[in-house]
Design a protein around this ligand. Structure first.
Ligand code: DHE
Length: 546
């Protein structure tokens, strides 16, 4: 086993306790215990996010043996290799034929539950590296930190903090495996980052170089974090949502000391018990001491009042199953979240604490945080693109001034492909951008669509499709060059896209596009930029500008 641990590239990322669960006792069929453990790790890293640790399905289908056995070995191998139009990505560029065949076998075996993880263990794993009293009392660098981008270096387990003014890497910080998102403290001083493996790091930007001042472990798998942003609570608390075990934890915002865990297990909106209701997106209100916490499998949206964490109040709002990602409308009163495998967007009114609407959309909406624009015909709208359809959808968000359009799909325009993940705009921009990084067609995966917002009022708005992978000029790579996640700079006059090769041995890049001319301004290439994916501009993330 030791030899195996050294030889398998992903093993370091996964806690031993999870490894043990993957090597459990279920019938190993034709896989040796070592191979089964390896496939368990591939499943954890590549599949569990969409299909669940227990394989009960969410964004992806249910993969319990009753279903996978029906598909059979050969069909499973095809789906794993080439993906599907329903949003399942292809893996033939990153997994060998043998891995794909063995993973197909693994999927026909029963799933096993990883271990639990409670407050005692969480406290024991927490590390305060630099106590608050030993941190600088003023900013000790000349970097314009409001325009820094925290960039996920997915496969090296790091984030790069890039100076948005000079486009130079200010620092690279070791983190958990495949950091999913970065969020910024209310003060703008700290970057909070959460690894897919549940490791949570707090990075101080007042030091000469970005410095990790605290780290904790939120569970074995996680995707979401935020901080307390309401007046009087700035930087006081942080909250982290875990996929496994399914819970959220409230932490001290400046030290990450774990204070409280709340389980999310329970009934779905249909009244059925679910053992793995994972915490998807979390967002912090600016107008109340409240987090919006979206529970994927149950379809429940929790409004969690953090003003008295010993007597925590939760308002539970029924929406639709498979909640995933979302963002505020431009007024920051309504939170719009994709119930992605239900093909719906739920809009929550955080002022009244009630569901404002459940809006039917095209297949598998995937907004990231979405994009807020002033539509020439429909007024204030919020946009999402889709994993399962080649469209961008606009939903009216202004019930006060445009009641007839509020919470309705007012328009759908074409995206250059399905398998899109993110749309983006900025209040100062006239452009709306969308990617399609998980498209199996290399040309589509490497391109972005951009609409002029003023043109959206015309009967047949014409987008421009730009091949940014070609502009990055990385040459031929084995992995697909997926252009992913647009993020604006603080001024809203540049948009940055990652060119993600999905393979840590190959070069990747960040392409900086001039928003007005739509021409490439700079291509940031550096051998330290390993598989960049998400990018989070400090100012825009701190103030929820998108
Ligand atoms: Fe994400 C956001 C979950 C795959 C890049 N992703 C989110 C959020 C969730 C989520 C719940 C919202 C967090 C929030 O706002 O609090 N993502 C998942 C998955 O479960 C899934 C489908 C599969 C997995 O195994 O993780 C998945 N995500 C991916 C990727 O493969 C991406 C493209 C590359 C990567 O780095 O892993 C990816 N997800 C992102 C990014 C965001 C995100 C960049 C933040 C978008 C934003 O603008 O806020």
């Amino acid at each position: 086993m030791k030899k195996l641990v050294r030889n398998t590239f992903m093993l370091a990322a996964l806690p031993l306790a999870v490894t043990a669960a993957f090597t459990g006792t279920a019938a190993a069929q034709n896989l040796s215990p070592e191979r089964k453990a390896e496939m368990g790790k591939v499943y954890f890293e590549r599949c569990a996010g969409c299909h669940g640790m227990l394989r009960k399905g969410a964004t992806g289908k249910n993969l319990e043996p009753a279903n996978t056995a029906k598909l059979g070995q050969s069909r499973l191998e095809k789906v794993l290799s080439y993906g599907t139009e329903g949003g399942m990505p292809n893996f033939d560029d990153i997994l060998s034929k043998k891995d794909i065949a063995d993973l197909a076998q693994y999927l026909q075996m029963p799933a096993e539950a990883p271990p639990e993880y409670g407050l005692k263990q969480m406290k024991a794993d927490w590390k305060l590296i630099v106590p608050v009293k030993d941190r600088p009392t003023k900013k000790m660098n000349n970097v314009n930190i409001e325009n820094v981008f925290s960039v996920t270096l997915r496969d090296s387990g790091e984030v790069a903090l890039i100076d948005g003014d000079t486009k130079k890497i200010w620092g690279i910080v070791k983190t958990g495996y495949a950091v999913h998102i970065s969020r910024i403290s209310a003060s703008g001083r700290y970057v909070h980052v959460i690894g897919r493996d549940g490791r949570y790091d707090l990075i101080d930007m007042w030091t000469e170089k970005p410095t990790t001042v605290a780290t904790m472990k939120s569970g074995y798998e996680a995707r979401s974090i935020d901080t307390s942003k309401y007046k009087g609570f700035e930087d006081k608390y942080a909250v982290v949502g875990a996929y496994w075990p399914p819970h959220y934890a409230v932490l001290d915002g400046e030290t990450l000391e774990p204070l409280k865990i709340v389980s999310t297990r329970g009934q779905t909106v249909d009244g059925e018990y679910h053992p793995e209701p994972r915490v998807a997106s979390i967002v912090s209100s600016h107008d109340k001491p409240e987090w919006v916490i979206n529970i994927k499998e149950t379809g429940m949206i929790k409004l969690v009042d953090y003003s008295d964490i010993n007597n925590l109040k939760e308002t539970t709002i029924n929406s639709a199953k498979f909640l995933h990602d979302g963002g505020w409308d431009s007024s920051k009163r309504y939170f719009l979240v994709a119930a992605n495998a239900s093909n719906k967007i739920a809009a929550v009114d955080t002022k009244t604490g009630k569901l404002a609407a459940l809006v039917d959309t095209a297949k598998i909406p995937h907004p990231g945080r979405g994009a807020n624009i002033n539509h020439p015909k429909y007024g204030k709208v919020w946009a999402t693109s889709h994993l399962g359809a080649d469209v961008i959808t606009f939903i009216g968000t202004d019930p006060e001034n445009n009641k007839q359009y509020a919470w309705k799909v007012v328009q759908e325009v074409k995206n250059h492909g399905a398998n899109s993940l993110f749309v983006k705009s900025h209040p100062k921009s006239k452009n709306l951008w969308a990617d399609a990084p998980l498209n199996p067609d290399p040309k589509l995966a490497g391109s972005v669509t951009v609409y002029n917002i003023d043109d959206l009022g015309n009967p047949d708005p014409k987008p421009e499709v730009i091949d940014l992978a070609a502009a990055a000029n990385l040459g031929k790579t084995k992995g697909l060059q997926r252009v992913v996640h647009g993020e604006y700079n603080k001024n809203g006059d540049e948009i940055w896209f990652s060119v993600w090769t999905g393979n840590k041995t190959e070069p990747s890049a960040i392409v900086v596009v001039d928003d007005k001319t739509r021409k490439v301004k700079t291509v940031i290439k550096d051998q330290r930029l390993v598989t960049p994916t998400g990018k989070f501009n400090v100012y825009n993330t701190q103030h929820d500008i998108y």
